[in-house]
Design a protein. Structure first.
Length: 279
């Protein structure tokens, strides 16, 4: 109906058949999760979406290009991406990502407001882990450009207590706050974040900058391999991404990163049980 109401031209041959929808595609933006409604727990979302992303993964595996770039947006997006990936074994694992750019954009907005600068002046804010209330928004490696000079963002803020408390909790709970306010998840801000994610994955990140994406873990930062976890990444033109290495972590950061990993592992275990029951 949005295509009718907004007079947007619908794609010729639009279809609800996944074998037709994903045929020979270069990019798959997976928005079609069961929506998170007011009062829903993430475990309820897991059960609702497991079948959706098993079916989607199998269709992508069967008919999409083997180079397809998959961006999972529907929540719980990390674990939905993992389910999709596991059901598309002929597609490289590196080609499955989930959206944490919305969280990154929210984090940058909080920091820009605190400093009284434009979001365009801030770079290298990180979202670690799950797109959930356990995510770790990290400003410790970020920078801000003021009067043409680039400097440490935390030095410019000079408010470590805020960075470790209100900043983190505001970003973590922003999605829930939006749902409470409008009864549904984010719309336009999510759409912008999807575009940001897809653009950077296709064209690459700027020199000296990185971005946050949910990607397959490989043991970096002592996060066990095999789950979809949000890391800072650099991306080459054409889509090859690499996890940024050797960012110093203190005990505070490690605790936050492990906590969000533990939640993701619980979700992955639950999804595996659902898949086993379905088989």
């Amino acid at each position: 109906s949005s295509g009718i109401n907004a007079e947007w031209p619908l794609r010729p041959g639009a279809t609800a058949d996944p074998l037709k929808a994903f045929a020979d595609v270069d990019v798959a933006l997976l928005l079609g999760a069961f929506p998170r409604l007011k009062g829903m727990e993430r475990k309820d979302l897991l059960a609702k979406n497991n079948d959706i992303f098993r079916t989607t993964g199998k269709a992508i595996d069967q008919v999409a290009k083997k180079s397809v770039k998959v961006v999972v947006v529907g929540n719980p997006c990390n674990t939905n991406a993992l389910t999709c990936m596991k059901n598309a074994p002929s597609i490289p694992k590196e080609n499955f990502t989930c959206l944490t750019r919305l969280d990154q954009n929210r984090a940058k907005s909080q920091l820009a407001a605190k400093l009284g600068v434009s979001v365009s002046q801030i770079s290298n804010v990180i979202i670690w882990g799950n797109h959930s209330g356990t995510q770790f928004p990290d400003a410790r490696h970020a920078s801000v450009t003021i009067n043409g000079a680039r400097q440490s963002l935390t030095d410019a803020l000079s408010d470590d207590a805020w960075v470790k408390s209100d900043f983190i909790s505001t970003v973590q709970q922003r999605g829930a706050a939006v749902i409470k306010a409008r009864g549904l998840s984010s719309a336009m801000s999510a759409a912008k974040a999807i575009g940001d994610h897809a653009r950077d994955w296709w064209f690459g990140t700027k020199e000296g900058e990185f971005t946050s994406m949910g990607v397959i873990s490989d043991g970096s930062y002592n996060i066990p391999a095999g789950i979809i976890y949000s890391f800072p990444v650099t991306i080459e033109a054409g889509g090859k991404w690499s996890i940024v290495q050797n960012l110093k972590q203190d005990d505070f950061a490690t605790e936050k990163m492990v906590a969000t990993y533990n939640e993701l592992q619980e979700e992955a275990n639950a999804a595996a049980e659902l898949a086993a029951a379905a088989n």
